[in-house]
Design a protein around this ligand. Structure first.
Ligand code: PMP
Ligand code: GLN
Length: 395
């Protein structure tokens, strides 16, 4: 008997997820020779000390499997970094695990903690891998919508968040600073989320990959949810070298938290990738140990780029929601006669040679973000200026 292969052999739970918007838009940028302000990756290298350490490790034989949780020197550096910036104490031997980027960390955390049918509270728009990871686990998302207020800052409705916590809620998946909006959750918002986690006895998984990219005009600085009362013992904190050290292609991330939760993540991670990035791990340890001036310098340079792009977008006629952190700003296309961000972004390369990303793909309720598109400003200033020049031809 021959096996017949159906037209789409993919399991039903993954079928709603096509090619990611980042892949689609970066391919479009390459094909049309457009300025790519879509996918969020820097176009300059990270700190030279880190790159030198990686080259040295490659040449000195650090090319075999590292230990499952990551090399000790990196786990120690991750723990020291969390202590230095967020006053969180971690045991590097039991409370830290290195992952293949934040993406694997998010997937492993959800797969480790969610039974089929469990519910995950998240905030839409959300980073695209969240929905796919929840689906892989057979879990269900309960999105709470972030909406821009009159001052341009995104917020959420307290009653909507309270209602999202139900009998099957297993965890809250929180991203702050937030992609794609650039929102930085305020202490009051975090206190409410923490209160609900305690009251309903659920876990929190926090994606803090932009922890060092909160701008000086933000309403509040970055505050890890794990630092709030009663939260350390129920929170897995995720970060990654990609954004803090401009090396998104290295895919070195990590998870920290109480030993039992970290161990659960590690037991899943060992069968996803086992280990990753052997020769890059000592280099990330070097980067995490750089002085504070490195981190403030990164922030200041990214803030200047945000301001440059915001000025360019405003000049081009967009409504602009500048955001308070991350790599991204949101633009409203309605002042330029646009209605649907996906149509607008698909046509933009032809119209003026620039690529952006439609925000609606990050929602369970796409109509709530239909008129919004996302631009990345983690690019050289001449690249931002060229994009702004091209976008000005739209109006
Ligand atoms: N979370 C957020 C919010 C992101 O923007 C990204 C993309 N960089 C990731 C996770 C994935 O990070 P990594 O590349 O380290 O897997
Ligand atoms: N995090 C990056 C962004 O939001 C890209 C990640 C990806 O390509 N999967 O643009």
């Amino acid at each position: 008997m021959t096996t017949s292969i159906p037209a789409d052999p993919l399991v039903a739970r993954m079928r709603p997820f096509g090619t990611t918007i980042f892949t689609e838009m970066s391919a479009l940028a390459a094909r049309t020779g457009s300025v790519n302000l879509g996918q969020g990756f820097p176009d300059t290298d990270g700190p030279p000390e880190m790159v030198d350490a990686a080259a040295e490790a490659l040449r000195s034989g650090a090319n075999q499997y590292p230990p499952l949780p990551g090399i000790p020197v990196l786990r120690q550096a991750i723990a020291a970094h969390e202590k230095r910036f967020w006053q969180l104490s971690r045991d590097p031997d039991t409370e830290v695990v290195v992952t293949a980027g934040a993406t694997e960390a998010i997937a492993a955390a959800i797969l480790a903690l969610c039974e089929a049918g469990d519910e995950v509270v998240c905030f839409e728009p959300y980073y695209d891998s969240y929905a796919a990871s929840v689906a892989l686990a057979g879990a269900v998302r309960r999105p709470v919508t972030l909406r821009p207020g009159p001052d341009g800052r995104y917020g959420f409705d307290e009653a909507e968040l309270r209602a999202a916590f139900r009998a099957r809620t297993r965890l809250v998946l929180l991203n702050t600073p937030h992609n794609p909006t650039g929102k930085v959750f305020t202490p009051a918002e975090l206190a409410l989320i923490a209160e609900l986690c305690r009251e309903h006895d659920v876990y929190a998984v926090t994606d803090e990959v932009y922890e060092h990219l909160v701008f000086t005009d933000a309403a509040a600085g970055h505050l890890p949810l794990a630092t709030l009362p009663g939260m350390r013992e129920r929170t897995l904190r995720i970060s990654s070298a990609g954004k803090s050290f401009s090396c998104t292609g290295w895919k070195v991330g990590w998870v920290t938290g109480p030993a039992a939760l970290v161990s659960a993540v590690q037991r899943v991670k060992q069968f996803l990738t086992f280990v990753n990035a052997g020769p890059l791990q000592p280099a990330v340890a070097v980067a995490l140990s750089l002085p504070d001036s490195y981190f403030t310098g990164l922030r200041d340079s990214m803030q200047a780029r945000r301001d440059r792009l915001v000025a360019g977008l405003t000049d081009a006629g967009f409504g602009v929601l500048p955001g308070e952190g991350t790599y991204f700003v949101t633009a409203d296309i309605r002042p330029l006669g646009g209605a649907d961000g996906t149509d607008f972004c698909r046509a933009l390369p032809e119209r003026c040679g620039v690529v952006a990303v439609p925000t609606q793909v990050f929602y369970d309720h796409p109509e709530r973000g239909r008129h919004l598109i996302r631009f990345a400003f983690c690019k050289r200033e001449d690249v931002i200026d060229e994009a702004a020049r091209r976008l000005r031809t739209l109006s």
